[in-house]
Design a binder for this molecule. Structure first.
Ligand code: PEP
Ligand code: MN
Length: 338
């Protein structure tokens, strides 16, 4: 159930409503927006008489949440979620954030050269995998924590934020000092134990859509993180598997406006995994910004064709520079900044 408080509701009134909701047997999640407080009650509400709540003082309206996702739905935060990072960087607001870097952190020279270029191009996040979910157990698996330390050092040197994939619960704690945002990869979108644990973490999470996941399943997965109290979730469209073979995945651009309609969570577009081909990345990145993406995730590398993983979809630095200029023009055209 959703209880929306009046604009001028007092803390006492809000507390009284929370008490009544707890009494009715639901878990209460509170969000305070620019103008009003919204209380979401999660739990069995079939036998709760909503009129009782409408009569409590300070209440504006009450309704049952009909969608299966309770906290990720738009109704919980009608004005949208803005995820705040250090250095004043936001995802979900006016600014379109850019997260760029290699698929995998490989060595010091690679990650420092990339950081310099990411910064010079005006992007905010340095991305790089230290724990890589590879289809083959014989492929490069990533450098682990020493790799993350290198990326963190490079990011610090250039005033960038860091984003890296977490594959299992035991990696959360050791990764914490080095990442500003955890990435949950497509293969782990339904690793529910990992998602629950990230709900306890006090760092934002970028949650990628599974290879064969519906939008509803993606939103339900975000619910696992949010129900633990971590509302700083950024969703990510990275392409889904279809019968089409011309691209590695089919990038579902329409997921971006659909998610904005259904949910208050920001959504990023990842045209690198979305296409799997360097010659198609720019087109899909432009399309994603035009469709309203709140962030763009793109793979770049100083020697793109020699990257240890995902080389075919990795951009050369010059291509990235050119793309940034194009994205800036598109962002302006749709009323955003980049
Ligand atoms: C990645 O970002 O390098 C990655 C492994 O992405 P995905 O989980 O979308 O395949
Ligand atoms: Mn990759």
């Amino acid at each position: 159930m959703i209880v929306a408080m009046q604009e001028l509701a007092t803390e006492e009134q809000i507390d009284a409503v929370i008490d009544a909701m707890v009494e009715a047997g639901v878990n209460v999640h509170r969000t305070t927006g620019a103008t009003q407080t919204i209380l979401a009650g999660v739990g069995p509400t079939a036998n709760v008489d909503l009129r009782e709540f409408e009569l409590l003082s300070g209440v504006l309206y009450v309704h049952r949440i009909s969608s299966p996702y309770k906290l990720a739905g738009r109704a919980f935060r009608p004005e949208g979620t803005v995820v705040e990072f250090p250095n004043g960087v936001t995802v979900g607001g006016q600014q379109v954030a850019v997260m760029a870097g290699p698929c995998a952190i490989e060595n010091r020279e690679q990650i420092f050269a990339t950081a310099a270029r990411v910064k010079a191009a005006g992007a905010q996040f340095l991305r790089g995998g230290a724990f890589k979910p590879r289809s083959s157990p014989y492929a490069f698996q990533g450098l682990g924590i020493p790799g993350l330390q290198l990326m963190h050092e490079a990011a610090q040197a250039h005033g960038l934020l860091t984003l890296s994939e977490v594959m299992e619960i035991s990696q959360i704690e050791p990764m914490l000092p080095y990442v500003d945002c955890f990435q949950v990869g497509a293969r782990n979108m339904q690793n529910f134990n990992l998602l629950r644990e990230l709900g306890q973490a006090r760092k934002p999470v970028l949650l990628k859509r599974g290879i064969a996941a519906t939008i509803e399943e993606l939103l339900l997965s975000s619910e696992y993180i949010m129900s633990g109290g971590n509302y700083d979730v950024i969703l990510c469209e990275r392409g889904i598997r279809t019968y089409e073979t011309a691209t590695r995945n089919t990038m579902d651009i329409s997921a971006i406006p659909v998610i904005h309609k259904l949910s208050h969570l920001p959504i990023a577009g990842d045209p690198s995994h979305g296409t799997g081909r360097r010659d198609l990345v720019a087109s899909m990145a432009r399309a994603a910004v035009a469709a309203g993406a709140d962030a763009i995730l793109v793979e770049i590398h100083p020697h793109a064709d020699k990257a240890a993983s995902d080389a075919a979809q990795t951009l050369y630095f010059e291509q990235f520079d050119e793309l940034m200029g194009q994205l800036r023009a598109i962002a302006t055209a749709v009323g955003r900044t980049l």
